[in-house]
Ligand binder design. Sequence first.
Ligand SMILES: Nc1ncnc2c1ncn2[C@@H]1O[C@H](COP(=O)(O)OP(=O)(O)OP(=O)(O)O)[C@@H](O)[C@H]1O
Ligand SMILES: [Mg+2]
Length: 454
Amino acid sequence: MSDNAPPKPRVYILDDEIVTVRRLVQALAKDGCEVEGFISAGEAMSRIAEHPPEVLVTDVRLADADGMEILQRVGMLAPQTKVILMTGYAAVDHAVQAMKAGAFHYLAKPFKLEELRNTINDALRYPGKSGPDLADTGPVDRFAGIIGGSPAMQEIFKTIRQIAPLNCNVLIQGESGTGKELVARALHHTSDRAQHPFIPFNCGAFSEELVANELFGHEKGAFTGAVSTKLGLLEAAQGGTVFLDEVGEMPIPMQIKLLRVIQERTLLRVGGVAPVSINVRLIAATNRDIDKMIAAGEFRQDFFYRLKVVMINIPPLRKRQEDIPLLVDHFVTLIATQFGKPVPEVAADFSAMLSAYSFPGNVRELQNIVERAIALSREPVLTARDLPPDIFFAETQPIPPEKAASHLKVLEQEHIVDMYRRTGFNQTETARQLGISRTTLWRRLKDLNLLSEK
Ligand SMILES: Nc1ncnc2c1ncn2[C@@H]1O[C@H](COP(=O)(O)OP(=O)(O)OP(=O)(O)O)[C@@H](O)[C@H]1O
Ligand SMILES: [Mg+2]
């Protein structure tokens, strides 16, 4: 729990497995929550009426109630309480319904404690963002760990909800860093394959023979060195999802082989004669224009059609600027918590400068920027000064005259900041390398707002 979180948040755990309740209660109590555990809905509801918690973490299937009933009752008894549902893998539809009815989030079992912690932290930070009316009347700005309030992202959430339970292959397109893998994982985790493996495979990272070997596996003796039978990724993912990343890089002969796997639902291991039946969902991703590749004979059209049964296009971040503040907020909390630092506040100039930036590296770049700012900042507030010089100085919007320092001055500042960082914030060393006195350096750093209060 961060220093900025409300003192001792109250969290209730409800599950009819006493072992689960005990484990979660102990773990969250250690984190500094005020935790109580319940094994029946009736018991939990009377306690909630008496003393509502900030968060209720509950299984969706209890002996004396299901998720929908619990949501309804909590909605009446304690509308401010955020409900996090825990579901078994078969209950996905149920969970989606429950989210629509106002659950804050749901976690597919088994989940890592860390996931639960993050979700609780999110719930604590979003007062009033959940509630029975929310899902029906307005969009939610996150889904399965994906943040986005823009119409484009809302549409993507809708598509994921619709197609996750289906078995169709999906092709995800988007520039680097837009969240293609995140969307692929969300599809997997909200599907009924969630309890089976999700296996990513980078199609560009291997030569043709190796791709076959990795995906299809081989029989013992298939080639020199094949001393034992090896399962390929497609077999290892049985029942689950294989994520074909950078699918545009896949060698054509391999595309033909995979097409056959899709059509016949069987494969031959390298050197094998007996077909192995395969049940996997393929989700592919690319940042290339496959239509152009097809025209150029670099990609098989028949394979493409089998992959893109559903297509999801993730627009670059610069085309959905309204997502930037949400993402900044999200990463600030996430990263500060990961670093074990108090969650800093975000000053308006920090947000404003990021909102004006074009993010060629998309969300990944934004994440890196926030990570760097939090790592380097020693203040409780993140300001524009915590941004990397290239963004800080990239501001091409009209600058008020008093800020329009000469280009030379800007370069100088940039150089100082850079050197200061490279010396690990050692002032003596920075001054030495720049050939200026410590006092001059001190004055410049102070101008730049880069001195922490001692
Ligand atoms: N909408 C989002 N909400 C929260 N986190 C996001 C979002 N989009 C991307 N991220 C984060 O940004 C990083 C990059 O995302 P991801 O790896 O999914 O991108 P990608 O499109 O696969 O990139 P590449 O083409 O470079 O492989 C990840 O850490 C991911 O969690
Ligand atoms: Mg990726």
